[in-house]
Design a protein around this ligand. Sequence first.
Ligand SMILES: *Cc1c(COP(=O)(O)O)cnc(C)c1O
Length: 356
Amino acid sequence: MLTTGQKLAIQRTDRSRLSETDLENIKFGRVFSDHMFVMDYANGEWGAPGIVPFGDLELSPATLVLHYGQTIFEGLKAYRSEKGGVNIFRPQANLARMTRSAERMCMPPIPEELVLDGLRELVDLDRDWIPKGGEASLYIRPFMFATDEYIGVRPSDTYRFIIFTCPVQAYYKEAVRVKIETYYSRAFPGGTGAAKCGGNYAAALYPAKLAQQDGFHQLVWTDGLEHRYIEESGTMNVFFRIGDTLVTPETGGTILEGITRDSIIDLARREGIATEVRKVEVREVLDAIAGGTLKEAFGAGTAATIAHMSSIAYDGGEYQLPAPEQFAFANRLAQLLDDIRRGRSEDPFGWNLHLP
Ligand SMILES: *Cc1c(COP(=O)(O)O)cnc(C)c1O
């Protein structure tokens, strides 16, 4: 692993925006904390890491990422712990995933330990930006992009890595109407579905917009070859409760390996819930609806934790699901996860990085 061995330089803002920010009334992703972590890659190594005031970047119009999309990102959260201090949820898992995304996008691996130190310092410095309240958190956005000023198609020689944070309030959780997509694809074998790379999201906007025009909130993506197996729901992983078994598609290159997904699988097994990680056929889900055994269907991801589905549409038909209050597994697992993150319970898997 590459490390610079250089100490983190911290340049504090002399004009905090915190006092003029109404943390009770913020829109997701529009309000940014005072500082950001920045580090540049050049000449085959990462340069000195630093924390500086959050601010604009100046880029050449020829900056490589703007043309060919060589960029990756992550998303994780920090929570006020009810035991005092702050918990950052599974940051090592996000940084490990980012290294996997980097490899797929032909970018240098990130120095995970160094970045983890920077992330911890950044959250510590801006911890007052975490809104109070049982559903609030600090969303953390690490990302990396190609910075060569060059418009030839090749991997960049230089990169910038940044982390900034956003205070976020409770995610408004309306149960979602979803449509199983049978024409467009998000991912295919050998593609980039498992990488958190910018292009995946750009390519999903148009099919999602078409579905929204038909009144759906989100698409359920199916495999790119046959549209026969269920893969993900929007930008979340997906779970079904069929009878008393929790079922989620196995990853394997086309599905993003969600950390919420992974945590839910661990918690469900610990709770003694029968949990199957395997291919899930669209037909199986439709049959379960018809047979009355599909009791719950939900998305899982960092932003919302769990997104209950209210109905699933397929091939012109739309099938109703039980009311979200009746999703006993989803609600219990979301509660267990939240209790761990907010320090209300023990942390049996050692998931929190705790800042006293
Ligand atoms: C980020 C993401 C997820 C969820 O991952 P988490 O680590 O749980 O936030 C699922 N699917 C896609 C496509 C994603 O980009």
